[in-house]
Design a protein around this ligand. Structure first.
Ligand SMILES: [Zn+2]
Ligand SMILES: [Zn+2]
Length: 132
């Protein structure tokens, strides 16, 4: 919030990309804080409670795996500890791809493997996507 230490960044040509990344990060931090306000600091999966420093281990999972879908009522969020979050993504292997790259139609992954799996892994997710 007020912890930005560069009051003037005039004359810095590195601005644009850094700015975008920073905004992205702020946005993500924003929804995390929001989610932490709405929900109790408890992992929705294993029920462990988190507080203080350990709160960092509590992460925001997007139910539909769409990081841009952040309704203010938190209906797309779920608080999961890092372990359960990992597990959650492993359960739906394809979900990993989905979360990184988001196909145009957000259909739930089929239980059986389908011919499009290959396609998905060919269209590699963009790098630098933050896991959440
Ligand atoms: Zn957990
Ligand atoms: Zn997630």
């Amino acid at each position: 919030m007020s912890s930005d230490k560069s009051p003037t960044n005039a004359g810095k040509p590195t601005g644009v990309l850094a700015e975008i990344l920073r905004e992205q990060e702020i946005r993500q931090r924003g929804y995390r804080e929001q989610a932490l306000k709405i929900y109790p600091h408890v992992c929705a999966s294993c029920g462990r409670e988190f507080s203080g420093k350990r709160l960092r281990e509590l992460t925001v999972h997007h139910r539909d795996h769409n990081h841009d879908n952040n309704p203010p009522d938190g209906s797309n969020w779920e608080l999961l500890c890092v372990y359960c979050h990992d597990h959650e993504h492993e359960k739906s292997l394809i979900g990993k791809y989905y979360e990184g790259q988001r196909p145009p139609d957000a259909q739930p992954p089929p239980l059986v493997s389908n011919p499009f799996d290959k396609l998905d892994s060919l269209l590699k997710p963009k790098q630098g996507e933050q896991k959440s």
